[in-house]
Ligand binder design. Structure first.
Ligand SMILES: [Zn+2]
Length: 332
């Protein structure tokens, strides 16, 4: 299937998604030298590949701003050409160092979704802690690995891969385990945070906003919402919004950390009425929503593949799903 799709020119494949006016890619970072906090989690695109992605998008779609998208959704000014809106999650340092100057030079709008608990490098995202621990284990002795396995997972693992997978499966609710393991392995998260500064500072975020880029909430400290109760979910959303509003850098939008496919329409209705958010963004790829205020985005960072190839595959899947009416999120 993948092979066949490769031979089909993009402009032909694009016609299979004729009912889609807007595509919204998402990335986290763009860098030629990813930090250890990212290295063991996902592949980041290099500056050259990112530029190719942008050129591909510009060839087939017009860049639009968040305001254009809001006007399109509320019907005041519908988009007339197929368009794209760039988005970036997690408020990483490279958003300021690499992405911002690149996009500014080309006049391409973008939205940056921020975890307010990480601004100014106040705290390290628990998944980044996992990546740091995995890196440390690569040079750890077998006896240390055995000690970690028994002490924290209550078993001995047959291979390093099993231990790595076990570390990757540590979730938001048991993230304290990461700090405990760090003590055993002498991994200093605070030192890394202070030395590397993986997140943007508030002044960097303010500069982006003042230069007409949009800022949205991505929760306080990036929990997996599927394991939170409603009270915790609401706290995460309201607190992050409050912080951005207080600092006058809020564009009235939110993207859910990790995913939103499990969020029920009732909860969405509650959030929209409580917070007066204009739009919410998910990560389900090319997928339609009954509620036009919810927009799904495509992961363009999936391995180092060019956007063109990722997108070709997404369109083909979307087309097949649309035939069996599975291209719309069910929130009942
Ligand atoms: Zn995220």
């Amino acid at each position: 299937m993948k092979k066949i799709i490769e031979f089909i020119p993009f402009h032909l494949l694009k016609q299979l998604s004729n009912d889609i006016m807007l595509i919204v890619p998402f990335y986290h970072s763009v860098t030629d030298a990813p930090g250890i906090h990212l290295k063991n989690l996902y592949k980041v695109k290099t500056e050259t590949i990112f530029e190719k992605d942008i050129n591909f998008l510009l060839k087939h779609y017009q860049p639009v701003s968040l305001l254009d998208v809001k006007n399109h959704i509320n019907g005041s000014k519908p988009l007339t050409k197929k368009s794209f809106l760039l988005t970036f999650d997690d408020g990483l340092r490279e958003c300021y160092d690499v992405i911002y100057p690149t996009l500014k030079k080309q006049g391409i709008p973008a939205v940056f979704f921020i975890n307010t608990g990480f601004v100014d490098n106040k705290e390290l995202f628990y998944r980044f802690k996992t990546s740091l621990l995995i890196e440390n284990l690569k040079t750890s002795s077998n006896s240390l690995k055995k000690e970690i396995s028994i002490k924290y997972f209550n078993k001995t693992f047959s291979s390093d891969t099993t231990l790595v997978n076990e570390l990757l499966s540590i979730n938001y609710n048991n993230k304290q385990l990461l700090d405990n393991i760090a003590l055993t392995t002498n991994t200093d998260f605070n030192h890394y945070l202070n030395q590397y500064k993986p997140f943007m500072s508030l002044s960097m975020i303010k500069e982006l906003y003042e230069n007409n880029f949009d800022i949205g909430s991505h929760s306080v400290d990036h929990p997996d919402f599927s394991i939170l109760d409603d009270k915790q979910k609401i706290w995460q959303i309201k607190n992050s919004i409050e912080y951005l509003k207080e600092n006058n850098v809020f564009s009235n939008v939110l993207s859910f950390p990790f995913a939103d496919y499990f969020i029920k329409q009732d909860f969405y209705n509650f959030i929209f009425s409580e917070t007066k958010l204009d739009l919410c963004f998910g990560t389900s790829g090319l997928k339609k929503e009954n509620d036009k205020r919810i927009i799904q985005r495509i992961n363009f960072e999936k391995d180092t593949t060019l956007a063109k190839h990722i997108f070709k595959e997404k369109i083909s899947k979307y087309f097949i799903k649309s035939l069996i009416k599975k291209n719309i999120t069910d929130r009942t």
